[in-house]
Structure formats: structure tokens, C-alpha cells
Design a protein around this ligand. Structure first.
Ligand code: GAL
Length: 847
């Protein structure tokens, strides 16, 4: 009986290659069981969402035309102290890989174990920095010992569960190290030895599938070196026997607290991907396809926001981001329609004029695909290819899977866009509470001492490094001292204020004198060290100075990054009778962490044993305050974000689960922001920024699976003061759809392909609108066939407009979950404004 069990399992799984697959490669592509493949891959980091979201995310990627899911393995989430492993909850790696397998998809496992990834400490456990003699990512015995031990552990776990393709599993590629090539210069001669060692160690694990090293020009054979960049069409692997693999195409970018919002336009992402496959690329991975959330204190940086949305094709909350997701889905289809021809023949490169080029994959026996590119970043052009003239917008690629018909152009977005809102809902007191007045929320309050609580940890002259002291067990470290102010001080008589001057290596600070908050300061994404300069209130006699130093995510990349410190370096007071006094070498008393953290105030199981003070009116603008409130979940089943717009800075939990750091700090309104982004030309993270003067992060994702039907415990620790009565759960809703396409837009989807009079395929431009499930198009806010202008939410009619437009759209779409409208004579007056290419713009409401 035993013998048949694995067979039975294979029979019942959806994955079609339960039997071992042979994964090899040559210069053109990966070869899986003798078959060449062009693969679209999508990064979804398992700890950046929750297991309840994994099947949906993987499915949405699959529907988006993705073949492979890629993730790093997050060492510091798995090995909490040497040899103490964690694979629970969000860290259940095996479960995640099996979900990918069940979806019939492949997996790329980037084990690292260094990952960067805007993840705390780049994924390496903080404890390893304190193992005597260790130097990360170098030819260093302690580091290599722990790295090998962890990699072997992960490989063995995957083997045990039969998850490598060589065993019938989904994993077709594994990665060792990550972008070490960028930083080798910092590690001297040992760097090369380390690379060779890492490659050898990986290969000796015998996983039966290829290993890769990204951004590593000298990756030793048989390890494949791969490209990470916004564009990789010009990339060449270091051997003619290795395929061209793009491990990180960044379809957006990460955010840092206090900075503006970066945007990468879908047209440019599609351009980069099309160019990659045009130029012989074989595996392309979006980093990120779903960015997700840096729950708890997992974000790195420093200053990386709790949201890791990344403006990825699937948003932080798990909804497809439109039109990005849809545009890339159509691109993937166009590439797949060309796959056979692309893999069958060598390309012929043709110049079609200045900045115009074609790559034609023609095997001479019918399989033929062509990519026509206009690399000019300003001017649209016409290119003649095989006696046909093609219009190519600036900075675009047209894909012709049969060398004749354009099914996709990277600059023409025919996918719908969506209007997404965060709909607030007041916090609802839990029905489970034995309260008479169900309308009033009951708050529990706990206030921290501004300074040492309990017994001090130690006293020392001068400053210790913050990180070396806390070892990242907490964000918080108190540095406290006192000064005696004589009664004859002039400032006391004048009623003026001396000035407190502080210098810190990072990352943020609140200064208290005699229990009163005097001010705060912080570094920013590009510069951790900062200065604090604030007038303070001192009294005659003894004054307690308590400085709360904070980390906001540890350094996650760079040469020798683990040695970057944080915390105070200088403290002075200016404006005393004796001028300026320097307290830097005074006696400082330290306390690691907060009392509330020590008591575990956020843990549901010990809440009862703590001296919370109950009130129906929680204090506002009060620093160092813990708030607890028991609430019901927001109605409906939409994803939820916690609106913290009127709070200061701190940490939040629901039912003991860590929501993470909140900090609605605003970016400067004096910086430059764009109204609209020009997709043309090379992208870089600062190219298209919005959100000047706005909070970088207002909403904080609270996964639905963390809510119970009632009695949910929301705990907030507020550092500097806010208004807890304004906290809301907001529901993420797609309330509207837009579409804006022109008559000359190519269509990749099968339904819009028909034969013309000569028996050739012809695509008919069609608008597709689809509301989220269980919602219907209830209103057509705008519809114009003619020359409408503007963008989603801001369309306006031009001087050419078919007055029947709204009627036609309403007739087809009202009351439907989805609908399609062709730009044909049957529907619209094509004789309008002759000689112009007409467009159809629609904005509709889903409810
Ligand atoms: C790369 C790195 C990734 C991530 C990315 C930016 O350099 O390999 O882990 O940090 O940059 O999001």
C-alpha cells in the first residue's frame, strides 16, 4: 500500500509534472524535460502577506499570464537564534511553495541568504553580527559556517517535501547570494574567494536544478549570472552557454517614510519586457509583482515604509492594479503567441530607420514572429516592414506573432483602469462586550514613564551605539541624564529658553525634559544621521533629560552594511550663563525598550493582568501612550487598512498580530511632483514622483484573516501624541472603472480577432469592462466616442462626439458584472470628424 501513496498524490494534484522534471539550460533558454521555455515570473514574498492571501495572490498572477512565482527566503524570519527555526504562519515556506505547485506554476527560490529586499538587515539575522569575528558576505569562517548551515537546512527541507523540479516539485531555479557584484570592492581580495566558495557550496547541494547569482558577472560555471535593472535587453551572460535571465525588473519602487511616491508607467514596463524578449531574453521576473506589507518591524532601509506596495501589478491589499496588471497580462499573451517562433529560430536584426529596429524570428517554414521597436523617446514614427507601414509611438515596441498583425503595442493601453477608494468606517465597539451603551467605545490607557522605568539597565559615561545595545530586540532605547540649573541663570529671569542640540547617527528621536516632550527629529531615506535643535524648558534645580532614540528598520544593503550604527553622538545645551555645556561625556543611564513592550501589552493573553486605565474619552496629543480598544470587524469582505492620519508615530497590533510601524510623516511640499508621468524615455526612481506635502503612508494593512467575528483587540503605542478617536478601519474598494482606447489599438485577446475579407486575422478594438466579483455596473458616468481627452476620473468631451455614446454603453453594460463594446459602425457613428482616429472613453461605477 505504501508504494502507491506518492502515485495517488500525483494523481490528485493539479500540477502536471509530478514526476521528476529534468531542468537544464543552454544559451537560448531553460529546457524543462526537453522543452524550451520562455517564462514570465512574478515575485511574491510569502512573509509580506498572510497564508490566507497566498492562493488568491498566486491565482491572480496566473490569470495575469505568469508562469513562475519567485521569492527570496528570509533567513532572519526563519532562524530566530542559532538553530532555533520558525516556519509558522507567514513563514510557512513549504505551504507557500505547495500553493504555487497546486496552481500548476513553477517556482524560483532565491535563498540568498542575504536578500537586501528593503527587509530588516537584508535578511541576515542580527544575532550573527554578534557572533565573535563574523563579517557578513565575505571569506569569513563564522559567516560561511552559518550561511552554509542555513542554506543546507532550507535545501533539505525542500528536498524532504519533494519540492525541487528534479523530484517532481515546482522549483526550477535556486539562487545563492544576491547582487554581490555591486559590493565586491568593499571586501578586498577575499571577495572573489567568497563568490567561488558560495557557488561551489550551492552546487554541492545537488538540487538537480540550475543555480543563479544575480548581478554577478564572474559567477563561476555552472551557476548562471543574471541581470537586475529597469532594462536588461542589452545584458549578456558571462558564457555563451548560459541563457539570458532577468531576475529583477522593478515595475514600481519602494517608499521611505517622509519621501514622495514613485511611479513607473505601465507603458515603460511593457516596453522593457518586450525589448528583453525581442533581444533573446528567456526568463523575466517582476520584482515585485505583489509587494505586500512589511509587518511588525520587518522593514529595512532604514526608513522603509510598512507598506511595500511597490506600485506592483497586484497592490498591497491583493487587488490587481489596473491598468498595470491588465496591460502586462496582454503583453504576456502577445509574447506567448510568439514563443514558438522565438524559440525556433535565430533573430534577424533589421534597421527600419533612425531609432527604429526590428528583430525577426523566422524559421522559414511558417513560424515567424517580429518585434518592431521605436527607441526614440520623443517622436512617434512610421516604420515599413515587409512592405507594410506600421505606426510606432515613441518609446514603444509592437509585437507581431505572425510577422504581419500587430497584436500588442507597449504604449497603447487597452486594459481597463480602476478607481480604488479607501472607504472609512468608524471603529465599532464589540458586540461581545458586556457594555450597556453599545455605541460608545471603551478605551484602555497605559502611559509610559518618560525615561527609565523599572530598574535601569546600566549607567556609563558617554554614548553607546543604539543597535549594539538593543541588538534590535526593540526600536527603542532611552538615554537619560540630569543637569542641575542654578537659580542665578539669566534665562530663568528673562523667561527665555536654552537650546538643546543633539546629533545622532540615526534614526529618530523624541526629547523629553522633566517628563515633557520638547521636540522630535529624524533622518530620512537618503541620510540617517540627523541633528536636533529645539528650545527647551528648564527649571532651577535638577532637570531630568530623557532622550528616546529609535531605529526605523536596520540597514539592508551596501558594503559592510552590518556595521552601520545608530544612536546619539553629541548632546549640548546652549544659552546658559556659562555658554554651552557639553553633556556628551556625562554619565548616561540606559534602558532598553519600553515598559509596555516588556509587559507584552499587545498580547491578547496577558492583557487582563495589566493595570490599564479605562475611559470613554481617550487622551489626545499625549506622548508615550498605549491605547487599547475592543472592536468588531469592519463590515463586508473588502481588504482593510487602518487609517492613522491623525496619529503621530508608533506601533500597532490587532489581536496580538503585528500590523507594524505607523508614521504618517509628510514629504516636503516644496519638492517637485508631477501631475502626469511621461512614460517615454529611460525610467529611474525619481522620474515620476507624486504626493508632495502628503503623508507617505496613511493606511496600514490589517489582513482580514486577523479579524475574529467580534472582540478584536486593537492596541496602539503612540510615541509623540495623536488623536486616537480619529482612527478608522478603511475598506479598499474598486468603485469605478475606466477605459480609454482608440480605433487603431491592437487587441491581443482572442475574442476580438476575426477574419477580414482576405481571410487574414483582424483585430477589432474593443473596450472590456469588468467589476469586482458580486458588483455590477450601476452608472455610466462618462462615455464619449470621438476625441475625448483627460484621464480616469477627469475625462472631458472634445469637439468631436457621438451623442449616442452614453446610450450605447448603458445599453450594453448597465446591470452587468462585465461587458464589451466594439468600436464598430454598428455601435458608433464612424463618419464623425473624418480623417481623425477616434477614441472611446468610458467611466463607469461598480456597486
Ligand atoms: C535590488 C535588490 C532587491 C531590492 C531591489 C530594490 O538591488 O536585489 O532585493 O532591494 O534592489 O527594491
Amino acid at each position: 500500500m505504501k508504494l502507491f501513496l506518492p502515485l495517488l498524490f500525483c494523481f490528485f494534484t493539479l500540477f502536471n509534472s509530478c514526476s521528476a522534471a529534468n531542468v537544464t539550460y543552454d544559451r537560448r533558454s531553460l529546457i524543462i524535460d526537453g522543452q524550451r521555455k520562455l517564462l514570465i515570473s512574478a515575485a511574491i514574498h510569502y512573509p509580506r502577506s498572510v497564508p490566507g492571501m497566498w492562493p488568491g495572490l498566486v491565482q491572480t498572477a496566473k490569470e495575469g499570464g505568469v508562469d513562475v512565482i519567485e521569492s527570496y527566503v528570509f533567513w532572519n524570519g526563519h532562524e530566530l537564534s542559532p538553530g532555533k527555526y520558525n516556519f509558522e504562519g507567514r513563514y510557512d515556506l513549504v505551504k507557500f511553495v505547495k500553493i504555487v505547485q497546486q496552481a500548476g506554476m513553477y517556482m524560483i527560490l532565491r535563498i540568498g541568504p542575504f536578500v537586501a529586499a528593503e527587509w530588516n538587515f537584508g535578511g541576515v539575522p542580527v544575532w550573527l553580527h554578534y557572533v565573535p569575528g563574523s563579517v557578513f558576505r565575505s571569506d569569513n569562517e563564522p559567516f560561511k559556517y552559518y550561511m552554509q548551515k542555513f542554506m543546507t537546512f532550507i535545501v533539505n527541507l525542500m528536498k524532504q517535501e519533494k519540492l525541487f523540479a528534479s523530484q517532481g516539485g515546482p522549483i526550477i531555479i535556486a539562487q545563492v547570494e544576491n547582487e554581490y557584484g555591486f559590493y565586491e570592492q568593499y571586501y578586498g581580495e577575499g571577495a572573489k574567494r567568497y563568490v567561488t566558495w558560495a557557488a561551489k557550496m550551492a552546487v554541492s547541494q545537488n538540487i538537480g536544478v540550475p543555480w543563479i547569482m544575480c548581478q554577478q558577472d564572474d559567477a563561476p560555471d555552472p551557476v548562471i549570472n543574471t541581470c537586475n535593472s529597469f532594462y536588461c535587453d542589452q545584458f549578456k551572460p558571462n558564457s555563451p552557454n548560459k541563457p539570458k535571465i532577468w531576475t529583477e525588473n522593478w515595475p514600481g519602487w519602494f517608499k521611505t517614510f517622509g519621501a514622495r511616491d514613485p511611479h513607473r508607467p505601465p507603458e515603460d514596463i511593457a516596453f522593457s519586457v518586450a525589448r528583453f524578449f525581442q533581444k533573446g531574453g528567456s526568463v523575466q521576473n517582476y520584482y515585485m509583482y505583489h509587494g505586500g506589507t512589511n509587518f511588525g518591524r520587518t522593514s529595512g532601509g532604514p526608513f522603509i515604509t510598512t507598506s511595500y506596495d511597490y506600485e506592483a501589478p497586484i497592490d498591497e491589499y491583493g487587488l490587481p492594479r489596473l491598468p498595470k496588471w491588465g496591460h502586462l497580462k496582454e503583453l504576456h499573451r502577445a509574447i506567448k503567441l510568439s514563443e514558438h517562433a522565438l524559440l525556433k529560430s535565430e533573430p534577424t536584426n533589421l534597421s527600419l530607420g533612425p531609432s527604429l529596429e526590428a528583430d525577426v524570428y523566422d524559421d522559414g517554414s511558417g513560424a515567424c514572429a517580429a518585434f518592431l521597436a521605436n527607441m526614440d523617446d520623443k517622436t512617434d514614427k512610421n516604420a515599413v516592414f515587409r512592405n507594410v507601414s506600421y505606426h510606432l509611438p515613441a518609446w514603444s515596441v509592437s509585437i507581431l506573432p505572425d510577422c504581419k498583425n500587430v497584436v500588442f503595442n507597449t504604449a497603447k493601453i487597452s486594459s481597463q483602469a480602476s478607481v480604488v477608494e479607501m472607504v472609512p468606517e468608524e471603529l465599532q465597539p464589540s458586540v461581545a462586550l458586556p457594555s450597556k451603551d453599545l455605541k460608545a467605545l471603551k478605551w484602555d490607557i497605559f502611559v509610559e514613564n518618560a525615561g527609565i522605568w523599572g530598574a535601569a539597565d546600566f549607567t556609563k559615561n558617554g554614548f553607546l551605539d543604539h543597535i549594539n545595545t538593543t541588538k534590535d530586540t526593540t526600536d527603542y532605547l532611552w538615554y537619560t541624564t540630569s543637569i542641575i540649573v542654578g537659580e542665578n541663570e539669566e534665562f530663568l529671569k528673562k523667561g527665555s529658553h536654552p537650546v538643546l542640540l543633539i546629533e545622532s547617527k540615526g534614526h529618530a528621536l523624541h526629547a523629553f525634559v522633566n517628563q515633557e516632550l520638547q521636540g522630535s527629529a529624524s533622518g530620512n531615506g537618503s541620510h540617517s544621521p540627523f541633528k536636533f535643535e529645539n528650545p527647551i524648558s528648564l527649571k532651577a534645580g535638577k532637570n531630568e533629560i530623557a532622550l528616546l532614540s529609535m531605529t526605523v528598520g536596520l540597514q539592508n544593503a551596501g558594503g559592510l552594511y552590518e556595521w552601520v550604527g545608530a544612536g546619539l553622538t553629541s548632546v549640548k545645551i546652549e544659552g546658559l550663563n556659562n555658554g554651552t555645556i557639553d553633556l556628551s561625556m556625562s554619565s548616561w543611564t540606559y534602558k532598553i525598550g519600553l515598559q509596555g513592550e516588556h509587559l507584552g501589552l499587545y498580547k491578547p493573553e496577558i492583557l487582563a493582568s495589566v493595570n490599564w486605565v479605562s475611559t470613554s474619552e481617550p487622551p489626545k496629543n499625549q506622548p508615550l501612550t498605549w491605547y487599547k480598544v475592543v472592536v468588531d470587524p469592519p463590515s463586508g469582505d473588502e481588504p482593510v487598512g487602518l487609517d492613522m492620519i491623525h496619529m503621530g508615530k508608533g506601533l500597532a497590533w490587532l489581536n496580538g498580530e503585528e500590523i507594524g510601524r505607523y508614521w504618517p510623516i509628510k514629504s516636503s511640499k516644496h519638492l517637485e511632483c508631477v501631475q502626469e508621468c511621461d512614460y517615454r524615455g529611460k525610467f529611474f526612481p525619481d522620474k515620476c514622483l507624486t504626493g508632495c506635502g502628503e503623508p507617505t503612508q496613511r493606511w496600514y494593512h490589517v489582513p482580514r484573516s486577523w479579524f475574529k467575528p467580534s472582540g478584536n483587540i486593537l492596541v496602539i503605542f503612540e510615541e509623540k501624541g495623536g488623536d486616537p478617536t480619529t482612527i478608522r478601519f478603511s475598506k479598499r474598494k474598486t468603485s469605478g472603472l475606466c477605459s480609454h482606447i482608440a480605433e487603431d489599438y491592437p487587441m491581443v485577446d482572442q475574442e476580438s480577432i476575426s477574419k477580414d475579407g482576405n481571410g487574414n486575422d483582424k483585430t477589432r478594438p474593443t473596450v472590456h469592462l469588468k467589476c469586482p466579483k458580486n458588483t455590477w455596473i450601476s452608472n455610466v458616468k462618462f462615455a464619449s466616442y470621438g476625441n475625448p481627452t483627460g484621464r480616469c476620473g477627469l475625462y472631458s468631451m472634445g469637439d468631436c462626439h457621438d451623442p449616442n455614446s452614453t446610450f450605447v454603453v448603458e445599453k450594453v453594460c448597465l446591470g452587468k458584472n462585465e461587458c464589451a463594446i466594439e468600436l464598430t459602425e454598428k455601435n458608433f457613428d464612424k463618419s464623425l470628424c473624418p480623417g481623425t482616429t477616434k477614441k472611446l472613453a468610458i467611466e463607469a461605477v461598480c456597486s
